[in-house]
Design a binder for this molecule. Structure first.
Ligand code: PRP
Length: 202
């Protein structure tokens, strides 16, 4: 029996479709239920950012989470497989009319991805003051709270609609299958069997 944490929303649906394909049966959550118990698997529906937490604490053996979250959190987990779904980029964004002024002693950067943002600017020797937000990041430069943002861009619509442009791509991301280190040892056969089946179709 394997427990798998999925991020609520489209990635959960797409992951369940992959499992339906390889096991040739339906995996459907009842309305509003956050747990789905099947003979072989228990699926959990959690917030995207919480997936690695469930896996780290072994409340789930496996999880599906964006590479951006894995890189941001730097947790001690097994990164098993790129599922090639949920593709997006982590980008630096600014107002259309602005340019990055590196002559300033420090620039203000709003983001929910503090570590990625901090490392990115320090690798370019740009002093950045990071302002941590939890969502609607695109609003911050519009109201003058920051010079730039570091955020997820999928279609680019949110930035465009808010008068922002991508000035740099920091990394590409997609959903990865991750495993708890202890589970990877104690349930190795089950996990490798799922891994082998999934890797054939992604
Ligand atoms: C993400 C991200 C952008 C948006 C990008 O936000 O932070 O705001 O999606 O998508 P797009 O390029 O297709 O427009 P999310 O929907 O996760 O909400 P949040 O702002 O509350 O984090």
């Amino acid at each position: 029996m394997l427990t798998i944490a999925l991020p609520k929303g489209r990635i959960a649906e797409e992951t369940l479709s992959l499992f339906e394909k390889i096991f040739d049966k339906k995996f459907v959550f009842d309305d509003r239920k956050l747990i789905l118990r099947d003979k072989e698997f228990t699926f959990l529906l959690v917030r995207n950012q919480d997936v690695p937490v469930y896996v780290l604490h072994q409340a789930a053996d496996l999880g599906v989470v964006g590479l951006d979250v894995l890189v941001e959190k730097e947790l001690d987990l097994v990164d098993l497989l790129d599922l090639n779904i949920g593709k997006c980029k982590v980008c630096v964004g600014m107002k259309n009319e602005d340019e990055l002024d590196t002559s300033k002693p420090s620039i203000k950067v709003a983001t929910k991805m503090e570590n990625i943002a901090r490392k990115h600017f320090s690798s370019k020797a740009i002093a950045a003051e990071i302002i941590k937000l939890y969502g609607s990041i695109e609003l911050a430069p519009i109201v003058g709270m920051c010079d730039a943002i570091v955020d997820i861009v999928e279609t680019g619509t949110t930035m465009k609609q808010n008068g922002l442009k991508v000035v740099e791509t920091i990394m590409n991301s997609s959903a990865h299958l991750i495993a708890n280190k202890n589970s990877f040892i104690s349930k190795k056969e089950e996990i490798l069997s799922v891994y082998a089946k999934l890797s054939k179709i992604v």
